[in-house]
Every structure is written in C-alpha cells, then in structure tokens.
Design a protein around this ligand. Structure first.
Ligand SMILES: Nc1nc2c(c(=O)[nH]1)N[C@H]1C(S)=C(S)[C@@H](COP(=O)(O)O)O[C@H]1N2
Ligand SMILES: [Mo]
Length: 201
C-alpha cells in the first residue's frame, strides 16, 4: 500500500538511514549563497584543471551528455539538519570523466568551482569509486536552476554543501584549500555520520 499522502512533514524514517541530528523532509529546500546564475547550454562547459591551473580536459554540454550516464538513488543531508531520502539523479561519475580524459590524477584534493563563484574543497578519494557525480537530471527531469541546473556536483555521503550547484569544473589541488563555506567555519570534510558540521567538530 502506498501511504505517501499520510506521512507527516517530519516523517519517521529508518533511523539507520538518518545521521545524528538530522530530520527527514519530503520538501526540497533551496539553499543558495547568492543569486541563481543562468548560463546558456551553448556557453556551458566543464573543465578539469591541473594543480598549476592548466586545463587538462573540457567538455561541452553535448560532450557531457554523450558520456556513459549513471543513475543513482541516494539520501542527501544538509548541515541545516534536513535530510531527504531516495533522491534520484542522473549524470556522469567523476571516474567516468577521468576515464574519458585518460587521466589518473595523483593530486590528493580538488576544488569544485561554479558559475556565481561558489567553491568547495574535497578529498579526491571522496569523488572516486562511484561516490561523486556531475548530475544533470533530478527525478527524471533536467535539474531546476534553483537546485543547480544545468549541472551540479553530487557527493551524497558528505553534507550537501559539498554538492556544488552550477558546477563548471574541478581544479586538482596539492593542499586541502577551504572553499566558500569552509572559509566561513564549516568543516573541511563534512561527514554527516560523524556530525562534521563546523571546523573542530
Ligand atoms: N554554487 C553553489 N552550490 C551550492 C550552494 C551555493 O550557495 N552555491 N549551497 C550549498 C548548500 S549549503 C546546500 S545545503 C546545497 C543546497 O542545494 P539545494 O538548493 O538544491 O537544496 O547546495 C550546496 N551547493
Ligand atoms: Mo547547506
């Protein structure tokens, strides 16, 4: 039996799926530090940059869609304490991008960069083995601009601020360089299961 309509907003959920301090919502809140950028798909590209800033690979929008897609259903966890279960995304894995570019980088960190200037830092290992996606569909449709369309990073095993909206590329880094929220006191890694919300957690 399907009882969706009877679930309360703060629904009870399998506690093993909800990290400490989080509540489950059916809503999909929008959290943006600035205005929603609007880049045309013709002007859009995705780049991988080397530690010296040099461009290693770029994809146009069409190039990205031509890569083998991955579809995932995952739970997402925002540091403001909402979690949303079973969100469905389609995109290209970071492994897939590296493979397409013929790259096997040994840089230990990356900075994701975006239209609008947002950045976030990640350990390379948090992106690999299918754990990171450049997503371009949510729930079977193009991602709404407010939620990061045309493409956003999706790193569901870390707090959702790591899932950079309007992503335009990844810069390989020798050091773990704090991004936008990390500079404002958020944790460098942000594992929700360890409640790594703020620096020092
Ligand atoms: N470019 C960009 N990406 C971003 C943000 C942002 O402000 N700009 N906010 C982050 C935060 S704090 C969260 S919780 C999620 C929110 O994504 P949503 O608006 O799709 O829920 O996006 C993350 N990615
Ligand atoms: Mo967030």
């Amino acid at each position: 039996m399907i009882t969706r309509g009877f679930r309360s907003r703060r629904q009870r959920a399998d506690p093993s799926r909800v990290p400490p301090g989080q509540y489950v919502t059916d809503d999909f809140p929008v959290l943006s530090a600035g205005p929603t950028p609007r880049t045309s798909l013709e002007a859009w590209s995705f780049a991988l940059r080397d530690v010296d800033g040099g461009e290693l690979a770029t994809w146009t929008w069409k190039d990205l869609l031509a890569l083998p897609p991955a579809t995932v259903t995952v739970d997402i966890h925002c540091v403001t304490k909402w979690s949303k279960l079973d969100t469905r995304w389609k995109g290209v894995t970071i492994d897939g991008l590296l493979e397409a570019a013929g790259l096997d980088p040994d840089a230990p960190y990356v900075t994701a960069f975006c239209d609008g200037g947002y950045t976030t830092n990640l350990a390379m290992e948090d992106l690999l083995d299918g754990r990171g996606l450049v997503a371009y569909e949510y729930d079977g449709a193009p991602i709404d601009p407010e939620h990061g369309g045309p493409a956003r990073l999706l790193i569901p095993h870390l707090y959702f601020w790591k899932s950079a909206k309007w992503i335009r590329g990844l810069a390989f880094m020798e050091e773990d360089e704090p991004g936008f929220w990390e500079t404002h006191g958020y944790h460098l890694r942000g594992d929700p299961w360890k409640e790594e919300r703020y620096a020092g957690d």
